[in-house]
Design a protein around this ligand. Sequence first.
Ligand code: ADP
Ligand code: MG
Length: 318
Amino acid sequence: MSEFDLIEAYFKPLSSQGGFLCLGIGDDAAIIALSELVSQDRPLKQELVIASDTLNSDVHFPADLNAADIAYRSIMANLSDMAAMGAKPLGYQLQLSLPEIDSSWLAEFTKGLSEATSIALMGGDTTKGPLSIAITCLGLCEQGQALRRSQAQVGDRIFHSGKLGMGAQGLRDVLDHRKSEAQRWFCRPQAPLALGQSLVGYASSCIDVSDGLVADLGHIAKASHVTARIDIERLALNPEAPDQRLALNDALVGGDDYQLCFTISDERYQAWQKAFPCFTQSLTEIGMITSVKNVAQVELWYHGKPYHLENKGYEHFA
Ligand code: ADP
Ligand code: MG
């Protein structure tokens, strides 16, 4: 099978043409009709949100992981960034590096993509090399409304969605061939897109938790020039975890949770809760923005005492 047959057979079906996508796959570039993107009543009052993520074999997933799960994780990493911005995803491009053309692997891979999302594949590139999946996702947000990391204020309450530490335990379970809720989350994480969109106009800052809560909340603290205090006994952890200390450590410094962490003033929180009562249950309140500091930081407290952390989260080049 040639590269072109492969694109025709596996990728073209994921590129639904029509609407804003004038031309998806099959030419030198894709074409998007801007006039179709903006809502009729508020033309030009929208912004394009763009995010990229690369997943490399044996760094972000075990090489022998099922191709559908690899695809699912790859697109969810991007959709998680869209959720963190409060954006509505539109479509994505796929830069795929493959060691060989394996039809059954590709069939599984594209099945995983279509199970993860119905947004259109808008082209990409295919090359030969070690297995690597790079995706660039496009989304839309109302002008000036995207959730950023930089607007957390003293007194804001801090929340996270879902359960933290599932990604780290899930990877161990996958490697040990153990079936568990964490293993299912690792293979099929669900980016909280609807939650992210609901927070637009309410949250003062937001980030997706992909490198551990301490590192990611640290990005909010740094961008907003504030100190974030969290009481770590409040975190919602993996209920099936064999060891609570390990579960806590996974939540603080483990990767791949794809949950949201956000800050919100008390007043806005009350209003948001009234507007979106359906999301309240999936959230856990974990602390507060306490002060403006020159040295932005995350302070950890455990049952009222300062908690010292040795390992601070995953860094690729550390
Ligand atoms: P060119 O050589 O002009 O860059 P390609 O042969 O790489 O064109 O790609 C042909 C068409 O197939 C393009 O429309 C491109 O967007 C699409 N395409 C190639 N690889 C992928 C992929 N992995 N996923 C989606 N579309 C792809
Ligand atoms: Mg090309």
